[in-house]
Design a protein around this ligand. Structure first.
Ligand SMILES: [Zn+2]
Length: 236
């Protein structure tokens, strides 16, 4: 049974209720979740599961399960809840919101640096993309200025779904050479930032890019022949 991924339609849900479907060695499987499982460079959510009697389970990480669209909530202490139990879910919202802002900022930045993306990662305090580009073409001040100018357009982001066949017909949508869009469900989720970016992405994003505020370019350095790394942080 796939987990219902509530964060896909509404990334702003901080709490929800869900039923325990199964207990695995590495985590708790629920019928629905607001916890994002690690993937696409975005780390898994942290938070708490709360029993009807108030007992709390700290969730240290969230991962994908073995089958498509199943999610495992990794708890660190206490005896786990029972299958069939209904729990209240709470995510670590300040951390998740920082991840959403930085994740969306990477989409914007990927349109300022015109080069294939060879890698990327997001943390709560910084994010990076690696580009296959001559490092002399990466100017921190220019990237920061142009990214912030795009952010200032304050456009609403959109989620768009296309079929696997449409995706195959438009390979130019895939900018990140190292991360192929997830297949197998018959459709692919795209993030559209109208007038700025369109690419496959299963992560969580802010509704309006103005929520990013502004970014700072922290570092530019070489991580190998085809990996020139640009690291950013939120300015505020
Ligand atoms: Zn994304």
């Amino acid at each position: 049974m796939p987990t219902e991924l509530l964060f896909r339609d509404n990334a702003y849900l901080r709490t929800a209720s869900a039923r325990v479907v199964a207990l695995h060695q590495h985590g708790i499987e629920l019928d629905r979740t607001i916890f994002y499982p690690m993937g696409g460079g975005q780390p898994g959510d942290r938070g708490t599961l709360i029993r009807a009697n108030g007992e709390r389970f700290a969730i240290a990480d969230t991962r994908k399960g073995d089958s498509i669209d199943t999610v495992l909530h990794l708890h660190t202490s206490g005896s786990p809840p029972e299958p069939g139990e209904t729990l209240t879910l709470e995510i670590d919202w300040p951390r998740r919101y920082a991840l959403m802002r930085l994740h969306t900022a990477l989409h914007v930045m990927s349109c300022v640096v015109v080069a294939p993306v060879t890698g990327g990662n997001i943390a709560a305090d910084k994010a990076r993309l690696d580009f296959d580009i001559d490092i002399s073409l990466l100017d921190a001040a220019r990237i920061e200025h142009e990214t912030n100018a795009l952010i200032a357009r304050a456009v609403e982001t959109k989620t768009v779904w296309i079929s696997d066949e449409e995706m195959d017909a438009r390979p130019e949508l895939v900018k990140t050479m190292s991360v192929q869009p997830p297949r197998g469900a018959g459709r692919v989720r795209l993030l559209e930032i109208p007038g700025i970016d369109l690419q496959p992405c299963g992560g969580t994003h802010v509704k309006n890019i103005a929520e990013i505020g502004a970014i700072r370019v922290m570092k530019i350095r070489s991580e190998g022949k085809r990996n020139k790394r640009v690291e950013i942080a939120l300015a505020v």
